[in-house]
Write a protein that binds this ligand. Sequence first.
Ligand code: FEO
Length: 160
Amino acid sequence: MKEKIAALLNEQVTKEFYSAYLYLAITNWFDENGLTGFAGWYKKQAEEEQEHAMKIVEYLHDNGQAVVLGALDAPRPELQSAKDAVSAALDHERYITASIETIYAAALEENDYRTQVFLQWFISEQGEEEKNAEEMLSKVTRYGEHPMGLYNLDKEAGSR
Ligand code: FEO
């Protein structure tokens, strides 16, 4: 594996762990504001992000590469409402999609076919994650202003 690809994948490990950390911050905000259904949803997201990071760790090791863990920034999303929290999640997923696409473009450039195949799972997953986040934001925007609407959305999120 080319050094450049290994470096980008290593950075992605940190980004995925940061995603988990950000989702934990969002989980905490929902919990602290009595929206335990949403909290459960984002807690599961946080767990999934750790799985994403570990997939990349294993891929690096399977290809004889060292894993260099980066420092995690403290997530400080500015949250005043459920809509802010859901928007923060969507913005972050879009950022992660762009990051995965950057690695894919580098793998194309370097003729690294194995990494291209490996990243296909992440590309599909990002499509799914963005779709879910967009749907969530659309519902919270439409119905989240009313206490009863938000209550029902929280129940729905909790049934995940
Ligand atoms: Fe692993 Fe939600 O990006």
